[in-house]
Design a protein around this ligand. Sequence first.
Ligand code: HEM
Length: 458
Amino acid sequence: MGQETTVQLDLTDIQGNILRSYSMPFARFFFLEVIDPEKSRASLQHVISLVTTAEAWDEKPAYTFNLAFSYAGLVKLGAAAASLALFSSAFRSGMKSRATVLGDNAESDPSKWEAGLAGSNLHIMVGLYSQTAEDRASQSTQLRDHIAQAGGSRIVYEQDGEVQTEGREHFGFEDGISQPAVEGSAAAVYQGDGTPLPDGTWAPVKAGEFVFGYPDEAGSKADPTNSNDLRINGSYCVVRKLGQKVGAFRDFIQQTASQYYWDTSTQTQELIAAKMVGRWRSGAPLPLAAQKDDPALGKDNSRNNNFRFKDDPVGYGCPRGSHIRRCNPRDALDNTATVVRRHRMLRRGIAYGPPLPPGAPEDNVDRGLFFVAMCADIERQFEFVQQQWVNRGDFADLDMAEKDAIIGNNSNNGQYSIPSETGIPKMLFDLPRFVVTRGGEYFFLPGIKALKRIAGTA
Ligand code: HEM
């Protein structure tokens, strides 16, 4: 990394899943409605000591716990008006009301969301990660018993997540490779994780982009001495259940191979899939492996994220509209590289649902990505990426109507351009929607001290 680190993060106060990915294969997310605020605060007091912080591990634990609150939850639990006023307007209004910004229309419209994930009663989210399914089951039982006995809240929804074979998401791609390096964090970082510097190195992203109370990329920070500020050492946590239509995705790749490439070989289908994501299924990035897959590169963390886009302005190798180039354009946006680093997020999601076996027809079983992302500014980071980069094309000099081919809110009218230097460039039309929003909410992961204040003990 190309910059000196000066910031000291309070790792004992910051919740653990913000700064590091736990890399545990099993997860369960519990969504609680607060029924009796006083009893609920009392039960929170009992569980604060169980919350996993960002402190270094001598040995990886068997399971972890984290606690997040929606705005409605903080209100219900009686947070002071002066504290509530400091939260951003998107957080206060909640995810459902941001449907237009997020492109949650048609089948992703909040009116179509799963009943349990669509209410304004998602007050508290408990995130449980574990190394084994047995631990997930036993810890879940203890948690459910504790909630029932405490009587302050009730579970309104539970969502399981399981890392799929080789860490791949349901469309078959290696996921969780590129994360922003955070200044002052002890998490492992690799070349390419931060902000590209002109000398070829990478700078970590300022901690304040993700955790309140530290300078961000603009040099501003929330005042850590403000005792009203429940945000200090905390982060917003965007939670979205994203269903994936795996059969439709596979059909589309096959049809594209046949109609546009006149060749339905596996090799051609893999190329089309890679052109849509920007990486081969193995994780090998197109900017470093444009012609053919390189599984060894895909696995090699010291190389698989060390690339830029500027040398390929047209997108011959990695299309400008591909998922990874849209979601993190790195140095691709001329003269605005400083801006890209203000739109990063830490992704902590996990796949849910059983895989669709290779070659099997669509079975309409619910599967997808339980998307979880941390940032300090929902509007500027998550919502901006979703609205401006995922669901529009003009930021990259593409047609306004061209959206992210993987997660864009297309309605059988999407388009996607695959430039080619040596062959015929392709303009694909009539793309369907492969990813559907099934529910979600904006949560906040407070620091431990703020948690104590929310629980009424400090
Ligand atoms: C079901 C939905 C999604 C799928 C299947 C998916 C899949 C992927 C894959 C395969 C990668 C490349 C591997 C990696 O670098 O980790 C990736 C990267 C990424 N995705 Fe997604 N993703 C989904 C939703 C989203 C959403 C909703 C956002 C944010 C609006 C997002 C933001 C990103 C970012 C920021 C990266 C890293 C780009 C980079 O730094 O190179 N993804 N995603």
